[in-house]
Design a protein around this ligand. Structure first.
Ligand SMILES: *Cc1c(COP(=O)(O)O)cnc(C)c1O
Length: 390
């Protein structure tokens, strides 16, 4: 690649306020972080339950390292599948109320692998427009025909499904939309998928651990099970505070994925110690219901306060509470101003979100305190009321 051309493209991105820059943290992940040398209150990670730094999870990881070493040594199908991985899979099957679960190294790879194991050339994948990039990419990689339907528009989906081309159809949606915090219309997705005899796959990266009494996610919230949603994907990097992902469903589904998912077959298994840490965080996520309750209270406090301030939030009941800004420049400016007031909140811009809908993606953790929510609201109000603001 020609350097001059690359530099020109980069300048052009910068000119459109779409250039991405990484911030460097000098502290562990958490509510209080040091970022580029400055202490900030963090409102943008996905550690919803506050398990990423939990002492019991850390201890499980250390014990796991002593017992199993660091690397898994190979892919699952060669000789990298250990007792720790297998135990976690059994516990995930139990947690999700499904026949079996299967580990993947990341959620991105799970989505690529699962979709392309289930559909291919001649089939169709029907996806919500706002689905996570990994689901949309999974649709592309699979070779099936990718049809995107208007966000949460079940009638549009039903119409597409009624024009079936005779081959396999797979409906795919986020459970909780990652940049909006809103829920998929799951009962309706189940209904139209069943009528059309299409498969249904839900990626519940942001619902698991957070929604439902037992933290079983969007499906528990809507009282749905494996017979309604045959394919469930979850990740460990969010509420569970570790790293990796899984898919859960029937015995036949899991065996099919083991035989066919290239992102399963051709990649190294996660370190077994990570599996041990995840076993503990899964148990904490399920049993320590106070984390979910506290999180809900914090979210309610924020939503009420934001309403009083007249902030434009989305219709979200989850710890993802984006503040819609619109332009990328304005969103960056708002994020910078929040940083100067001591708050870390990332601006999310296209193409992660549709054009003209740049936002501050505010997220909450069970480790936040009510007083910190009040400080956040105060700071947001400050910037909105300031002359010459963003
Ligand atoms: C984060 C995320 C993923 C990717 O998971 P990783 O384990 O981080 O690769 C997939 N789907 C959704 C909806 C996500 O938010």
């Amino acid at each position: 690649m020609n350097r001059v051309l690359l530099e020109k493209q980069l300048k052009e991105l910068e000119g459109r306020n779409l250039y991405r820059r990484r911030k460097i943290l000098q502290s562990a992940q958490g509510v209080r972080v040091t970022c580029n040398g400055v202490k900030l209150l963090n409102f943008c990670n996905n550690d919803y339950l506050g398990l990423a730094g939990h002492p019991k999870v850390i201890r499980a990881l250390k014990k796991g390292l002593d017992k199993w070493g660091v690397g898994s040594g190979s892919a699952h199908l060669v000789c990298g599948h250990g007792e720790a991985h297998h135990a976690l899979e059994d516990e995930l099957a139990q947690f999700t109320g499904r026949e079996r679960a299967l580990l993947f190294s990341t959620g991105y790879m799970a989505n690529l692998g699962v979709i392309s194991a289930l559909v291919g050339r001649g089939d169709r994948v029907l996806e919500d427009r706002l689905n996570h990039a990994s689901l949309l990419d999974g649709g592309i990689v699979s070779g099936a025909k990718l049809q995107r339907f208007k966000h949460a528009d079940v009638d549009a989906l039903a119409l597409s499904l009624s024009r079936s081309q005779g081959n396999k159809d797979l409906v795919v949606s986020d459970g909780v939309f990652s940049m909006d915090g809103t829920l998929a219309p799951l009962p309706d997705l189940v209904r139209v998928s069943k009528i059309a005899k299409a498969g249904l796959m839900i990626d519940d990266a942001h619902g698991l651990g957070v929604l439902g009494q037992g933290g079983k996610g969007t499906l528990e919230y809507f009282h749905l099970d494996q017979s309604d949603v045959p394919v469930l994907v979850g990740t460990f990097g969010k509420a569970f505070g570790t790293f990796g992902a899984f898919v859960a469903g029937s015995e036949a589904l899991i065996e099919t994925i083991i035989q066919r998912a290239r992102t399963y077959i051709y990649t190294t298994a996660i370190p077994p110690a990570i599996a041990e840490a995840t076993r503990v965080s899964l148990r904490l996520a399920e049993l320590e219901t106070w984390r979910r309750e506290k999180l809900q209270n914090l979210v309610c406090r924020f939503v009420q306060g934001a309403k009083q301030l007249g902030l434009s939030l989305m219709d979200s009941v989850t710890p993802i509470q984006p503040l819609l800004i619109g332009g990328s420049h304005e969103a960056l400016c708002f994020s910078d101003q929040m940083r100067s007031l001591g708050f870390l909140i990332s601006a999310i811009r296209p193409p992660t979100v549709p054009d003209g809908t740049a936002r501050l993606r505010i997220t909450f953790s069970a480790l936040h305190e009510e007083t910190q929510i009040d400080l956040l609201l105060e700071a947001l109000a400050n910037i909105l009321n300031k002359d010459g603001g963003c």
